[in-house]
Design a protein around this ligand. Structure first.
Ligand code: ADP
Length: 644
């Protein structure tokens, strides 16, 4: 936002912040599958403004009187082609007006704009709903928007005005009482000549507006009135609110329709899709609360932002208290959206007090248990749905294994893993089908699913028909050491040097193993590797392998891997990370290794060094790592090929 010039006496002209400008352009130029959302968004804002006034009124006696008679009025005026959404909520000061309606402060805005631009070229405009573009959605139906507002507790009123062309003006005005009027100057509808319009709705009709409000905003907890200026009013008739104002979450589940639940979901999340799952919960006992929670059908764009919005709204006895209530749900369930309504917290609770309140922890643990229980049932009864859920949110859920020891077991039971045999398995399934004598749950981690499933380390396990879990999410590096075991079986990394392969070590044919052993090739290569330099310096040993079948060489971990704790410690000190100690295992039955063993004495130490470099390079590539010096590596490779 930038202050450009002063036109006239007291009209200031501003430029929109560049991201706001981009969102505006999207509103004006894209075609929306559902333009009705503008009204839902404006009513949501009005309802939020009334909530805020109520919260301020709880703390500031001067404002408490103002907060009493909260209402929203939508006036439709066909004559002047305007729709006005009026509230008597908190209002905005001049500075707030400039900062709230001239910028977008949300995390993920850049990503959102890029995603929508991409979607727009492919004709998919539904992404819009995911972000909750709020106020700017006015420009879907209006070509000019005027806002008149007066901050509660202040005495100046301000007018904001824009035609969505990149600039807006702000000037003083008059307004009775605090609150905000948003005036939409509705676009002309295109007429294709045969008397029919372009298929868009006639928003300048009281009937249309009432329908939209009933459909999308019925549960808003303030009365919404529609004033149709063109319509004659009955003498003395008392205006009736259009919405029922019923809190869905306290109603019996059987009395609420699917549509009502879905519309409420859209109200709280601004998501245009249907939710994947709905959770209606009533807790009784030491602490009483109602919860109406949803699992979205796609992750929000800010799922991995620290500052990303959390999805829980706190109500206390039907009164809205706060959005984004992080104390009521653990971090690893941050994708869950909805409402928690407590019967026994005190109405003037602040975020700080909430954190200290024992009942908060009880609600949190109740909500957590309920969500995990719903997920468990989904997994048991609707495995296909659960797989979809897992693909979207599994990564986030796994964080809980580290952070929520109390629910570690149920969380681990929910996990699904890709195994080396191409199946997707749970830990229960894995453990119950372990081979006799199998000591532990085998896993391979660090890399993509592709590199892991192509790893030479799997060869012996595949040959023996023993599946290995392929863990390719960074969070796996955290929870595996934290959990250590599942149902009495330890997690065992198959990259460690001393892993016991079930069914014995006789993977290679005896004859070649004996030959290789006698040739002393491992010791000779160890000598050669020690002359290589670079990262080969952390190769502690070269050994004959009993785990390789088709590949010539692989790296295994010597001793314990450098722990994450250590890695973080080094990082915090700004030091180079200590690298893991490794052993190069070579396959005695592989023709390449056998050849090297036969020729070792003949080619001498320089020749052997080249072959050692080749084996090290091959082992790296098979682990999905780049070779250290690709130029040097190709040189060695071509020189070896030339002579072969
Ligand atoms: P969001 O509502 O998602 O924050 P909007 O673009 O809809 O985004 O609105 C931006 C901000 O403008 C709001 O957060 C609020 O502070 C302010 N605002 C919008 N409408 C009103 C209103 N009717 N009364 C008071 N403030 C409002």
């Amino acid at each position: 936002m930038q202050h450009e010039e002063t036109t006239g006496e007291s009209i200031e002209k501003f430029e929109f912040q560049s991201e706001a400008k981009q969102v505006l352009e999207l509103m004006i130029h894209s075609v929306y599958s559902n333009p009705d959302i503008f009204l839902r968004e404006l009513i949501s804002n009005a309802s939020d403004a009334l909530d805020k006034l109520r919260i301020e009124g709880l703390r500031d006696d001067g404002l408490s009187g103002l907060a009493k008679d909260g209402r929203i009025t939508v006036t439709v005026d066909r004559e002047s082609r305007t729709i006005t959404v009026r509230d008597n909520g908190i209002g905005m000061s001049r500075d707030e007006l400039v900062s709230y309606l001239g910028t977008i402060a949300k995390s993920g805005t850049k990503e959102f704009i890029r995603a929508v631009q991409e979607a727009a070229t492919s004709g998919n405009a539904d992404l819009i709903g995911q972000f909750g573009i709020g106020f700017y959605s006015s420009f879907i139906v209006a070509d000019r928007v005027t806002v008149l507002t007066k901050r509660a507790g202040g005495d100046e009123a301000w007018m904001w005005d824009s035609s969505g062309d990149g600039t807006y003006t702000v000037s003083p005005c008059e307004r009775d009482g605090c609150g905000t009027d948003v005036v939409l100057h509705v676009k002309e509808r295109a007429d294709d000549g045969d008397g029919e319009t372009d298929g868009t709705k006639d928003y300048l009709s009281g009937w249309t507006v009432r329908e939209i409000i009933k459909r999308y905003s019925d549960f808003v907890s303030y009365p919404i009135y529609v004033d149709d200026t063109g319509k004659e009013k009955k003498e003395g008739a008392k205006p009736e609110p259009v919405n029922s104002m019923k809190a869905l979450w306290v109603r019996q589940e059987s009395e609420v329709t699917e549509d009502e639940y879905r519309d409420f979901y859209r109200h709280v999340t601004h998501d245009w899709d249907d939710p994947m799952e709905r959770i209606v919960y009533r807790a009784e006992g030491t602490t009483e609360f109602h919860a109406l929670l949803y699992i979205p059908s796609r992750p929000p764009l800010d799922l991995f932002y620290r500052e990303g919005r959390h999805g829980i709204q706190l109500y206390i006895r039907r009164v809205f208290i706060m959005n984004d209530c992080r104390d009521l749900i653990p971090e690893y369930l941050r994708f869950v959206k909805g409402v928690v309504d407590s019967e026994d917290l005190s109405l003037n609770v602040s975020r700080e007090l909430l954190q200290q309140d024992r009942r908060t922890a009880m609600i949190k643990s109740g909500v957590t248990r309920k969500v995990l229980d719903v997920l468990r049932r989904m997994k048991d009864d609707r495995p296909d749905d659960f797989k979809k859920f897992w693909a979207l949110f599994g990564v986030v859920l796994k964080e809980g294994i580290v952070s929520d020891q109390k629910n570690r077991e149920p969380l681990m039971k929910l996990c699904l893993f890709e195994a080396s045999d191409g199946q997707s398995v749970s830990l229960d399934e894995y453990v119950s089908s372990m081979k006799p004598g199998q000591k532990g749950i085998f896993y391979l981690s660090g890399g993509t699913l592709e590199t892991l499933s192509a790893s030479p380390k799997l060869e012996a396990f595949r040959k023996r028909g023993v599946p290995v879990l392929l863990l390719c999410d960074p969070v796996d590096e955290l929870w595996v050491p934290a959990a250590g075991s599942f149902a009495g079986s330890d997690f065992v990394s198959i990259s460690s040097e001393d892993v016991e392969i079930p069914g014995g070590d006789d993977i290679q044919d005896d004859e070649s193993a004996k030959e290789a052993h006698e040739s002393g090739i491992a010791a000779k290569l160890k000598e050669a590797v020690s002359n290589l330099g670079g990262s080969a310096a952390n190769i502690e040993d070269v050994r004959l392998s009993s785990r390789l079948v088709d590949s010539p060489a692989t790296f295994v971990q010597k001793g314990e891997p450098v722990s994450l704790h250590m890695k973080l410690l080094f990082k915090s000190m700004g030091q180079e990370l200590p690298s893991d100690k490794r052993v190069l295992e070579i396959n005695p039955s592989h023709p390449l290794v056998r050849k090297i063993a036969q020729k070792a004495d003949e080619i001498g130490s320089d020749g052997l060094k080249e072959w050692a470099a080749l084996l090290v390079g091959l082992a790296s590539v098979a682990d999905g790592e780049p070779v250290e010096d690709s130029k040097e590596f190709t040189k060695t490779l071509s020189s070896l090929l030339e002579r072969a």
